[in-house]
Design a protein around this ligand. Sequence first.
Ligand SMILES: [Zn+2]
Length: 209
Amino acid sequence: MFIHQIPSLIPRIFPKLIWEGNHDQDEPNVYFTFDDGPCPEITNFVLDELNKYEAKASFFCIGKNMVKFPALTQQILAHGHRIGNHTMNHANAWKMNPISYLNEIKACDDVMAQMGIESIGFRPPYGRLRPTFYHEIAETQPIFMWSILTGDYNASLDATDVIASCKKAIKPGSILVFHDSLKAFPLLKNILPALLQHCVQNGLKPISL
Ligand SMILES: [Zn+2]
């Protein structure tokens, strides 16, 4: 379920992918990230929870969702969080030709530019990329992966188990992936508050990328 150790092949093919955030002894930061939004109610829930713990986070938004929910998109920024590119339509790099895929990224970048959003970078949907167009993306923006996949989208997982596994894995610099989506909400609503509380109680500061 979790990807804690990255198969050595991936960093060799894609050397510029970012799997861990900045951290040091004095500033033990962790990075909560939320993919696939914005989504009414779910994103609001996430914003409320982050506020309770004075946490800042990163939202890798889908372009078409930002177009559909511009006020909610601006709310994310108004709360001091940051937004990155997750393609226009949640594109699957393994099923598209390079031109179409790069257009998906550009369309999402254009939406952000029109909304006055300074993107933090790109996260590929499904974590999928292809060597044929990886370099072109990596030259223009940081590509953020993760160190802890919470699996919140998998309804068959047990919240208590997920919380326990994540607590064991979280360390300074960890990048955690959640989803502000309807599908993820049944798990998200339990694991997000628990993991925020765990981090804050253990001196780990959630900040944006
Ligand atoms: Zn996604």
